[in-house]
Design a protein around this ligand. Structure first.
Ligand code: SF4
Ligand SMILES: [Zn+2]
Length: 343
C-alpha cells in the first residue's frame, strides 16, 4: 500500500458511525433535473449501507461519504425498510436518483436480490433511474439482468472518474482505478445500452488552481465521445479526509467560483451535445467552492441555472472586484507552494 492510501486508511481507523439506525435512509428529497430536454422534478434517495468497499480499504482523499455509512453489514430487511421509508415521500416523479455513498452495484453493499426489488419497484413508475458505481462492479451479467426488467426505460450509471489523468487519480486522489479500467466499464455500458454520467472533480488536493482548471478541461476533452453527461463536483472539505487534514493546516483552498465558471464555459464549447452539469456542495462557504461573500450567491445561481439550461449566456453578466485576487492567484501560485490558500 502506498503512502497516500495508508494515510487515508489511518484517518478512518478510529471512525465510529454517527447513526446506528440502519432502518432509516440517510436522506430523500425532490429536486429539479432534466429528462428528455425538459426540466422536471427528480426524486433522490440516499441509502445507508455498510459503506464503499474502497473506503473500507483506504478510500479517496477527498471523500467523506463514509461518515454516513454504517461500517458494518446492513441486512437486506433493513435496506428494504429504508426503501419503504423513502417511498413514503415519493410522489410519482419520473426520474429517480439513488445514492449509497458507495456503489449500488457492489454486492457487499446491496445484494442482487435487494437491488432487484428496489429497481423492479422503481421502474414501475419512473422513466429513468440513475445509480452510481465504481467501474470494477460493472459487469455484463449484472447489467443484462437489470436491463431485462428495465426494457425501454432508461438506466443510468454514474462513475466517479474525477480526472482523466492516471497521475492525478493515483497520487492526489488515491482513486484505486485507472482510466483504462473506466473505459472498459464504459464499453460494457454502451453494449448494454446503459447511459453514462461521469463525475469530474474540480480542484483535487495537491494541484494549484490553474492546474486544476487545466485538468478538468482536459478530462472533458478525453471523455466527450464516451460519456452522455459530465457532472462536475468541486471538492468540498469533508470531515475525516486527507483534504480536511490539508485544509486545517492551510494547505488547501476549495476552488474559486471563477474557476468553476471558466471550466463550465470551456467544457460546453468542447463537449458539444454532451450534457454538462455541476453540483456545488457547500458552495459559498469556506469549506466549499467560493469567491467573496459579495458575489458567491450570484455565481452559484448561475451555475445552477446553467446545469438545467446548458446556456452559457447565464455567465455573461457575472463579475466582481474579487476577480483580481483570483487572477493574482493564478499568476503567482506556482511560487507560493500552497501558501496562498487565504486569498
Ligand atoms: S469517492 Fe466514491 S469510490 Fe472514492 S471512497 Fe468515496 S464513495 Fe468510494
Ligand atoms: Zn466577489
Amino acid at each position: 500500500m502506498n503512502e497516500i492510501a495508508q494515510f487515508c486508511r489511518n484517518l478512518k481507523k478510529d471512525f465510529t458511525p454517527k447513526s446506528k439506525d440502519a432502518k432509516k435512509p440517510v436522506s430523500c428529497w425532490s429536486e429539479k433535473d432534466v429528462l428528455d430536454d425538459k426540466i422536471i422534478d427528480a426524486f433522490v434517495i440516499i441509502f445507508r449501507t455498510k459503506g464503499c468497499s474502497w473506503a473500507l480499504n483506504s478510500g479517496c482523499s477527498m471523500c467523506g461519504y463514509f461518515n454516513d455509512s454504517m461500517w458494518e453489514n446492513v441486512s437486506d430487511s433493513d435496506l428494504l425498510a429504508q426503501f419503504d421509508t423513502a417511498m413514503n415521500n415519493y410522489s410519482g416523479q419520473n426520474f429517480i436518483k439513488i445514492f449509497t455513498s458507495g456503489s449500488f452495484l457492489d454486492d457487499k453493499e446491496i445484494k442482487p436480490i435487494v437491488r432487484k426489488k428496489i429497481l423492479g419497484k422503481l421502474v414501475e413508475t419512473a422513466d429513468k433511474v440513475s445509480v452510481e458505481s465504481r467501474p470494477e462492479f460493472i459487469t455484463d451479467e449484472k447489467l443484462s439482468e437489470i436491463k431485462d426488467y428495465f426494457k425501454s426505460k432508461t438506466f443510468e450509471i454514474g462513475i466517479g472518474l474525477e480526472s482523466a489523468s492516471n497521475f492525478v487519480r493515483e497520487h492526489c486522489l488515491n482513486k484505486g482505478f485507472t482510466f483504462e479500467e473506466y473505459k472498459k466499464a464504459t464499453k460494457i455500458l454502451k453494449k448494454q445500452d446503459v447511459k453514462l454520467k461521469t463525475y469530474v472533480l474540480i480542484k483535487p488536493p495537491f494541484l494549484t488552481e490553474k492546474e486544476s482548471i487545466e485538468d478538468a478541461i482536459n478530462t472533458v476533452d478525453k471523455i466527450k465521445t464516451i460519456t452522455d453527461t459530465v457532472s462536475f463536483n468541486p471538492t468540498n472539505v469533508q470531515r475525516n479526509t486527507l483534504v480536511n487534514y490539508l485544509w486545517n493546516r492551510k494547505q488547501y483552498r476549495p476552488a474559486w467560483l471563477f474557476s468553476v465558471v471558466k471550466i463550465l464555459k470551456e467544457s460546453k464549447k468542447t463537449a458539444g451535445s454532451v450534457r454538462i452539469k455541476c453540483d456545488i456542495a457547500g458552495g459559498g462557504s469556506i469549506r466549499g467552492a467560493h469567491n467573496c461573500k459579495l458575489c458567491d450567491r450570484r455565481f452559484l445561481d448561475a451555475v445552477y441555472e446553467f446545469s438545467l439550461s446548458q446556456n452559457i449566456n447565464v455567465f455573461k453578466e457575472l463579475d466582481c472586484n474579487c476577480k483580481e485576487k483570483w487572477l493574482d492567484q493564478l499568476d503567482i501560485e506556482d511560487l507560493g507552494f500552497g501558501s496562498l490558500v487565504n486569498m
